[in-house]
Design a protein around this ligand. Structure first.
Ligand code: PHB
Length: 395
């Protein structure tokens, strides 16, 4: 039977980044992904990379395309009922962010993994994981051709997204799953249009939130706050443009229009799992925690998780020292809560709640104006937005 030091379930940001970081430590892994490579590389997701994530890409040899094609931004705009306020992120923090969609990040890591000769199996279903409380884990999987294989591993990492079935193994015991549901969602569209402006606009209006994001010179990404039960049929193009202009236009800025070629509703949820480990099983990324899309923290949190997990696993495997691995939850969870707080806080300042009255709307606007009207407030928001440095541990 084949043995791998580390088996990773899921080829998303957490799984692929982990496999790459382990490879740089000389540790081989096997990655299982249920979807096809094409599906993984084409699924539309959010797109902000924090400074720490950018640094990791550069330092580990996966940053070339991001450097060239990413939109490197030094500011965001926040528009309050048509009054636009600039937040100079770089001036306030020394850091930048890049707009580089998640699927582009994944393409780069998939290409690197394959170039490095890594085991990366698409269209593969893991259907049994056993022995994570013992000396060795057994993983049984089937590939697209129906053939079934069993391997053993020292450690197994569930990095298979928010519906991970492995989380139950932890939460059925002593573990906690804290959740929060929001009374709104985002309606996301992709449009063939020139950029409205280089930098993102987070806009709020008594009728709700809108986000003007970018993709390329000819394709843009816009979002409108909607009801969680809305369907794309409820958002004909006329309604989309009317609401985008109403919520996000401001003096000198008119949202650029074009052909809409993708419409989807994005749910808003927060969830935190604690602990993120049990025996030889570890959760990483969305398998452990979900954040709403407002700050685009999801991918960055996944990268932060594996920045602890990779050196932890490397020390355990190479030096037989499990102290860092034992500390994984204690190191990862406080960062998750801070990201939850920031995403929740930004969401609550920028979105209307159903039935919101004049008092509630004006109080929200006053909160935004208070934060943005002081340098300390702007710096606080900017620091959270660009994110903290990633955890760093020597092996
Ligand atoms: C996106 O471009 O998809 C995006 C940007 C910023 C966010 C969320 C999503 O806060």
């Amino acid at each position: 039977m084949t043995h791998f030091p580390v088996a990773i379930i899921g080829a998303g940001p957490a799984g692929l980044t982990l496999a790459h970081l382990l490879h740089l430590q000389g540790i081989e892994s096997i990655v299982f992904e249920q979807r096809t490579r094409k599906e993984v590389e084409e699924t539309v997701r959010a797109g902000i990379l924090e400074q720490g994530t950018l640094n990791l890409m550069r330092e580990t040899g996966v940053g070339a395309r991001m450097e060239k094609e990413g939109d490197h931004d030094e500011a965001i705009d926040i528009s309050i009922n048509g009054e636009r306020i600039r937040v100079p992120l770089t001036e306030l923090t020394g850091h930048k962010v890049a707009i580089y969609p998640q699927h582009e990040y994944l393409k780069d890591f998939i290409a690197k993994r394959l170039e490095d000769g890594g085991e990366l199996l698409f269209s593969t279903t893991v259907y049994a994981v056993e022995g994570f409380d013992g000396e060795q884990v057994t993983v049984v999987y089937t590939e697209a051709d129906g053939s079934s294989t069993t391997i053993t591993a020292d450690y197994v990492i569930a990095a298979d997204g928010s519906n991970s079935p492995y989380r139950k193994i932890i939460t059925d015991g002593e573990g906690i799953r804290a959740r929060h549901e929001y009374p709104y969602a985002w309606f996301g569209i992709l449009v063939e249009a020139p950029k409205t402006q280089k930098e993102l606009i987070y806009a709020t209006h008594p009728e709700g939130f809108a986000l003007i994001s970018t993709r390329t010179d000819t394709v843009q990404r816009y979002y409108l706050q909607c009801d969680p039960n809305d369907t794309p049929e409820m958002w004909p193009d006329d309604r989309i443009w009317e609401q985008l202009h109403l919520r996000a236009d401001s003096p000198g800025i008119t949202v650029s229009e074009g052909k809409i070629f993708d419409k989807a509703v994005l749910r808003f949820r927060s969830a935190v799992t604690d602990p993120m480990q049990k025996g030889r099983l570890f959760l990483a990324g969305d398998a452990a925690h979900t954040v709403p899309p407002t700050g685009a923290k999801g991918l960055n949190l996944a990268v932060a998780d594996v920045s602890v997990l990779a050196p932890g696993l490397a020390r355990a495997i190479k030096n037989k020292n499990t102290t860092l691995l034992d500390e994984y939850t204690a190191l990862a969870v406080p960062r998750v809560w801070k990201a939850q707080h920031f995403s929740y806080w930004m969401s609550s300042m920028l979105h209307t709640v159903p039935g919101e009255d004049h008092f509630a709307t004006q109080r929200r606007f006053a909160e935004l104006r208070s934060v943005l009207g002081s340098e300390a407030g702007q710096r606080y928001l900017a620091e959270q937005y660009v994110g903290r440095d990633l955890p760093r541990f020597e092996v």
